[in-house]
Design a protein. Structure first.
Length: 659
């Protein structure tokens, strides 16, 4: 009986255990089924998306950057393809230095490459792919490809690189591109179309590369790429093609640019040449130049130091940001003001005794004894200072300001480059705003006298001087100067003009303009003209005006180039237009610290005009001749002792001008 009860109890326990196990198994399977339903049905779309994200990469396709060409189709900036060895830091598990050492056994990696990579690593986001070596040889590509499995996170990519085939020619016009810095990235983030820069590593830094960045860049495309578990691309699923950036067709004639740059030799200076009827900038020279190719992949420290510490300041865009006293090149505009405002007639003459007395102070002309009887024509031809001392006094500073402003003196031209300086066209209101102390804010009548010969506070950019010359040559019709003439679609080759029509017209009487132009022609054709010797034998008739500007105060001492530091020597200037009857070109130039305008600036203008009008190329530059700092046989030339803004001479110190 007891045995039967024991058997039934064991059987009951067995059934209970079996039931418990069955329930447990049922619950487990129910949980699995529920999880399966959750994953495969309820969350199906979410996990499919995650799976696709793991399987599919959205890769930006960077567009080809637009080309830059001169007016005749000569390539100034282009692209070329090359292989780069790149590291994605977020995928690297070992020490970076050890990895680079191992890569160095397959690919030549120099200390400068390591240094540049470290700088990029500091400035970049961790998931970005960064180049450790660019422009790999075919042999290096083959060696790494064979060992690629050893280096997860390291790969070879084909990238486009910028190249400037003209080297340092017109470098201040073209500018350069460089790798996107943190500052650039912040600016991009603020753009409405910031996503257009996904995958872009380089951006315009200076010149037209910067001011036309959006047009040159184009629109980024995208690819959906299937990748393996190891992160390697398997196939492309879909592709949205990028749109290449537009090409820029410049107004610049690069051959004219070369002729002018060669004519400067080793001297510092600037020249801007403009087509008066259109505002096309034909040449935009800043000397010395620099090679923009140095900046494309990141300039090395040695070159950067040399460029930044050089006394010649090669990175300074002189036509745009350099400001200079105009010297006697200002006189034609002063004469035109006199005619327009009724202060002088062309025939009105006086006897120049070689000085002008004002307030007990003597303002000397450079020619002892004066120029004799001087009318308006002769005042420009021989550059008589006394004539313009008197005229400035009769006009007054604010009247001069009002007349000169429409010509663009002391005003930004709005040219299509960044960092243009305004310069200084003085007035009583300007001086009140420029100085804090009341005594300095007052305008003294004696300060007006020196303005007439381009001295005192007058300080203009070469671009402004050329713009004013082009406006005068164009009979008062103002055309906004520009470097880009049109854009071109690289696919359809359709071109779109970017040139604007006339900005405005200065209400001038044509007979007065003709008087001034005729006098400027006399500078190059009449006996005693300061430009006669240089333009003798020219196959065209041109108008011009020489100028020489003092760069430091002499404190009453007599100027002697031989015993003056080079950086303190006079600047040479020249303005011109040609042909005289129907000008096709107008220019202004300055050569720093060389001496007389007729001796050093006018010859450069002659070479520029000879090439542009006649196609004549000058003989090779004789640097020894250009290096002269004293005049040999410039008896009839005139020199203007001109000061930059902020270094105004007193009446006692003011002597005349010899151009």
């Amino acid at each position: 009986m007891n045995e039967l009860k024991n058997t039934e109890r064991e059987l009951h326990y067995f059934r209970m255990r079996l039931l418990f196990i069955g329930a447990f198994v049922f619950l487990c399977f129910s949980a699995l089924i529920a999880r399966f339903v959750w994953l495969q049905i309820i969350k199906h779309k979410d996990y499919v998306l995650l799976a696709d994200e793991n399987r599919i990469d959205i890769v930006p396709v960077v567009p080809n950057r637009g080309l830059i060409m001169d007016r005749n189709g000569v390539i100034l900036a282009r692209n070329y393809s090359a292989y780069t060895l790149e590291i994605t830091p977020s995928k690297i598990r070992e020490d970076m230095d050890v990895l680079i050492d191992e890569l160095g056994q397959l690919v030549d990696i120099q200390p400068k490459h390591r240094k540049r990579f470290r700088k990029l690593l500091e400035d970049s986001k961790n998931f970005e792919s960064l180049p450790i070596r660019t422009r790999l040889s075919d042999e290096e590509v083959a060696r790494f490809t064979a060992q690629r499995f050893r280096f997860p996170g390291v790969d070879i990519k084909a990238r486009l690189f910028r190249q400037y085939p003209q080297g340092d020619v017109a470098s201040h016009v073209i500018g350069y591109i460089g790798r996107i810095s943190q500052k650039d990235a912040d600016a991009i983030d603020d753009m409405e179309d910031s996503s257009n820069y996904n995958g872009t590593d380089y951006i315009g830094k200076e010149g037209l590369e910067k001011s036309y960045e959006k047009i040159l860049h184009g629109n980024t495309g995208f690819e959906e790429v299937e990748v393996s578990a190891g992160g390697r691309a398997v196939r492309t699923l879909s592709r949205s093609a990028p749109t290449s950036g537009k090409n820029l067709i410049l107004s610049v004639d690069i051959e004219l640019q070369k002729v002018i740059e060669e004519a400067f030799g080793d001297h510092r200076g600037a020249l801007v040449a403009i087509e008066p009827a259109t505002g096309d900038v034909l040449a935009f020279v800043s000397k010395p130049t620099y090679d923009p190719n140095l900046f494309v992949e990141g300039i090395d420290q040695q070159n950067w130091t040399e460029l930044n510490t050089s006394e010649d300041r090669p990175l300074l865009n002189r036509p745009l940001s350099g400001t200079y006293s105009p010297g006697s090149t200002y006189k034609p505009y002063m004469a035109l003001a006199a005619l327009e405002l009724g202060k002088r007639t062309p025939q009105q003459a006086f006897v120049d005794q070689g000085f002008f007395m004002f307030g007990g102070h003597r303002f000397n002309d450079d020619k002892p004894g004066g120029h004799g009887t001087v009318d308006m024509f002769r005042s420009i031809v021989v550059s008589c200072d006394t004539y313009y001392y008197m005229l400035a006094n009769d006009l007054g500073v604010d009247t001069i300001y009002d007349f000169m402003k429409p010509f663009g003196f002391g005003q930004k031209t709005g040219i299509d480059l960044e960092h243009e300086k305004q310069g200084v066209l003085p007035s009583t209101a300007w001086k009140r705003a420029a100085y804090k102390k009341l005594a300095q804010q007052k305008w003294y009548a004696g300060e007006t006298i020196s303005l007439g010969i381009g001295q005192g506070y007058n300080s203009f950019t070469p671009l402004q001087m050329a713009h004013a010359m082009a406006t005068l040559a164009n009979n008062g019709i103002v055309m906004k100067p520009h470097l880009v003439k049109m854009t071109e679609d690289p696919q359809t080759h359709q071109r779109t003009l970017t040139v604007q029509k006339e900005s405005y017209r200065i209400p001038l009487k044509q007979e007065n303009i003709d008087v001034i132009k005729n006098a400027m022609v006399g500078v190059t054709t009449v006996a005693g003209g300061t430009g006669l010797r240089v333009f003798s034998g020219a196959e065209y008739v041109s108008g011009g005006k020489t100028g020489t500007a003092q760069v430091v105060s002499l404190n009453g001492a007599k100027y002697d180039a031989k015993h003056t530091l080079e950086k303190h020597r006079d600047n040479a200037l020249y303005i011109a237009f040609a042909p005289a009857d129907k000008p096709k070109i107008a220019l202004a130039l300055v050569v720093e610290n060389v001496g007389f305008g007729a001796e050093f600036a006018a010859p450069i203008a002659r070479k520029a005009l000879d090439y542009y009008l006649l196609g004549k190329r000058p003989d090779p530059v004789d640097k020894k001749t250009l290096a002269k700092t004293e005049v040999t046989g410039a008896v009839s030339e005139v020199k203007s002792n001109t000061l930059p803004a902020g270094e105004l001479k007193t009446e006692e110190q003011t002597s005349g001008n010899k151009d």
